[in-house]
Write a protein that binds this ligand. Structure first.
Ligand code: NDP
Length: 242
């Protein structure tokens, strides 16, 4: 059986992606780091859609924890493989660089960039052997244009965009695609504390996006229909110039 793993599937964009992939028939591995109640909530909604899944708790920035969780899953599922990997887990630790603490820099880089490597690398072999895989990295407008106050986050997402392009070329012949989706402002808890009324004036469509709109794009990239798209960065931002 082919599974889909969604890192950061407990809330926000990751939850919407989990539900959308579940409605395509994938059993979902819902990863999260601390919010068990919301992860269980996602799993309940997956089951309400008639699909199934499991919670798989680990910190994507902790290489040993990732390896132990994925090895444990593979041991329990010798006949299954993770065919779709959505690298979505993320945090913000915004600060002007002049004030930025080393921990703010390292925390964001470790989560987004090391997390991508640590989660994706152990899944590649099965995808290549089975000659089908979909790796979709959730990046950001910040990783394309750079955002003041987010040197750490912009660097992490920019690095992830470059990794997407490089990896896509390594494995294109094996039926495994690697793409990035770059949202603008999407209404989730990650944007708590930002002034939506002011910021939405910057968006040509005049509104923030919804997590479900991002999930629809991810679902297309995960589908058989997107088999000739790889190494791409697709923006979804209501018309913000990138
Ligand atoms: P939320 O803050 O709503 O959710 C973050 C999710 O990531 C939660 O499920 C959280 O788990 C999980 N998470 C955080 N750190 C880790 C970790 N170390 N290991 C495992 N899971 C972790 O964020 P969004 O849904 O808004 O963001 C999702 C992705 O989209 C991120 O990569 C973000 O950078 C990107 N993005 C978001 C935009 C937006 O406007 N919202 C814009 C552009 C990009 P838990 O519930 O356990 O805390």
């Amino acid at each position: 059986m082919k599974y889909a793993l969604v890192t950061g599937g407990s809330r926000g964009i990751g939850r919407a992606i989990s539900l959308r992939l579940a409605s395509m028939g994938y059993p979902i591995l819902v990863n999260y780091v601390s919010n068990t109640a919301e992860a269980e909530n996602t799993l309940r909604q997956i089951r309400e859609l008639g699909s199934d899944g499991e919670l798989i708790r680990f910190d994507v920035s902790d290489q040993e924890a990732v390896a132990s969780a994925l090895n444990g899953w593979h041991e329990q599922h010798p006949d299954d493989y993770i065919a779709v990997c959505i690298n979505n887990a993320g945090i913000r630790k915004d600060n002007l660089m002049i004030w930025m603490e080393s921990a703010e820099w390292a925390g964001v880089l470790n989560t987004h960039l090391n997390g991508f490597f640590q989660v994706t690398q152990p899944l590649l072999k099965n995808m290549l052997v089975k000659r089908f895989g979909r790796i979709i990295n959730i990046v950001s407008l910040s990783g394309i244009k750079g955002m003041p106050g987010q040197v750490n986050y912009s660097a992490a997402k920019g690095g992830l965009i470059a990794a997407t392009k490089a990896l896509s070329q390594e494995i294109a012949r094996k039926g495994v695609t690697v793409n990035a989706v770059a949202p603008g402002f999407i209404r989730t808890e990650m944007l708590d504390g930002l002034n939506e009324a002011e910021l939405k004036k910057l968006v040509p469509m005049g509104r923030f996006g919804e997590a479900e709109e991002v999930a629809d794009l991810v679902a297309f990239l995960a589908s058989e229909k997107a088999s000739y798209i790889t190494g791409e960065v697709i923006s979804i931002n209501g018309g913000l110039y990138t």
